[in-house]
Ligand binder design. Structure first.
Ligand code: PMP
Length: 428
């Protein structure tokens, strides 16, 4: 670590740092590293935790209702999975649909149905209003949410986030002004990428948006990391549906989740929570795309995870794999960059990411320098709509897959890149 903050260093000190850091950086380049801190997915160690799922099913492939799950049907999923996942979203068991392996697919369909088909008895499609629909996108956020909007021709408006969630003054004022704003993307617990948890006040104000926004506004509440905490006392997020019931806005929200980071990322179970009225319309639309989901996989999940206790215990096993990896990332940031004036970052208590902000104008450069030294990072800008981080500051670090030793090496390189880029900018 450097012995004083960037701002108080003299030119002579900066020049000395520059030469030391350049040497260190060149040495990393010579080492031919091949390290990767990009996509957030479970490690094989984590995937192994669910291998028991492959043997829980004997030859009896009926559920408690006596349905032969090998056959077609049941667009909203099996009762056992509804009972298991409704508490995860905190909705009633008649307010959930359990689907295939991807919540992103359910989200894409939900946006597409709202845009083109409408909400059944609840209202017309967004497209029928004749204006380009817009979504609010709290930033930094999840790139695939932004791709859904881009793919469907929905305009995106970035809104700021802080440690409590989206800036609700900004959100409320925007939806009041513009009735073509039809949605907002939210990752309320261990947000991708900042790891923050929405405060109770933010949740309650989000539940209120349905009263002040234009027609057929929907909150897309992607609770992808709902149960993905590092410890039992990590912060909880308030119940959106409970807040909506209090505000009378149940029809203005769609909730999503999946077991992609609970069981298998490629063969999990996804679910969506919504009011019974929304669910009726959603099921009718979804029924145009398939006769029913993979109910055998759903049964496997229900038998393997069993109940809320089983799920909680399983998530503790994930935490045991994840927490030490995050600890190494944070140790490097704290030792190398605390009080340096070069980088700020979050210390998440769950989820899959650490989000860092460089000095303005340096994120792309740092990602490029790390790549040249063999450390792959998520492209700078990926956490913003259209890949455009206007200040070029945010970088998402995803440490779940590499080994502890690999993270240790990758973070040593990363810290050096941040230091060197910052010092060079200061000298320029
Ligand atoms: N939402 C968020 C916020 C995510 O981070 C991810 C995975 N990276 C997903 C959704 C994808 O979920 P699924 O695998 O269920 O499609």
């Amino acid at each position: 670590s450097l012995d004083q903050p960037l701002d108080s260093a003299s030119t002579a000190t900066l020049q000395e740092w520059e030469s030391q850091l350049s040497q260190r950086y060149e040495a990393f380049k010579q080492a031919n590293l091949k390290l990767d801190l990009t996509r957030g997915k479970p490690s094989s160690q984590q995937l192994d935790l669910s291998n028991g799922m492959m043997t829980v099913l004997g030859s009896d492939l009926s559920n408690e209702a006596g349905t032969d799950l090998r056959n077609y049907g049941g667009i909203d999923g099996i009762a056992e999975c509804k009972a298991l996942f409704a508490p995860v979203l905190d909705v009633n068991s008649d307010e959930i649909l359990v689907g295939g392996n991807s919540s992103l697919t359910l989200m894409y369909f939900a946006v597409m149905f709202a845009l083109h088909q409408g909400f059944g008895d609840l209202g017309d499609s967004w497209a029928s209003e004749g204006k380009t629909a817009k979504f609010l996108c709290p930033v930094p956020g999840y790139d695939r949410h932004f791709s859904v909007c881009e793919h469907l021709g929905i305009d995106m408006i970035p809104v700021a986030m802080d440690e409590n969630g989206p800036d609700m003054d900004q959100v409320e004022s925007l939806v009041r002004q513009d009735d073509s704003i039809k949605g907002i993307w939210c990752v309320p617990r261990f947000s991708n990428p900042t790891g923050i948890v929405y405060s109770d006040e933010v949740v309650s104000r989000i539940a209120g948006l349905g009263k002040i926004a234009g027609r057929n506004f929907r909150v897309f509440w992607d609770n992808a990391y709902a149960v993905h905490s590092f410890s039992d006392d990590s912060p909880q997020v308030a119940s959106l549906m409970a807040a909506c019931r209090a505000a009378g806005t149940e029809n203005s929200v769609y909730l999503f989740g999946s077991t992609s980071k609970i069981t298998y990322a490629g063969a999990g179970v996804a679910f969506a929570g919504m009011s019974a009225a929304n669910l009726t319309a959603f099921k009718a639309h979804l029924g145009m795309t398939q006769i029913g989901p993979d109910k055998i996989n759903q049964l496997r999940h229900a038998r393997f995870l069993k109940d809320q206790d089983g799920l909680a215990q399983h998530m503790r096993d994930h935490a045991a794999a994840l927490k030490p990896r995050f600890d190494i990332v944070l140790k490097h940031l704290n030792e190398g960059l605390a009080d340096s004036g070069m980088l700020s970052w979050t210390e998440p208590q769950g989820g899959y990411f650490v989000s860092v902000d460089t000095l303005p104008g340096l994120a792309k450069q740092v990602v490029g320098m790390a790549a040249d030294a063999g450390v792959k990072l998520t492209p700078a800008g990926a956490t913003y709509p259209y890949g455009n981080d206007p200040e070029d500051r945010n970088i998402r670090l995803a440490p779940s897959v590499p080994t502890l030793e690999e993270i240790d090496q990758a973070m040593a390189v990363f810290v050096t890149c941040v230091q060197l880029a910052s010092v060079r900018q200061k000298l320029a």
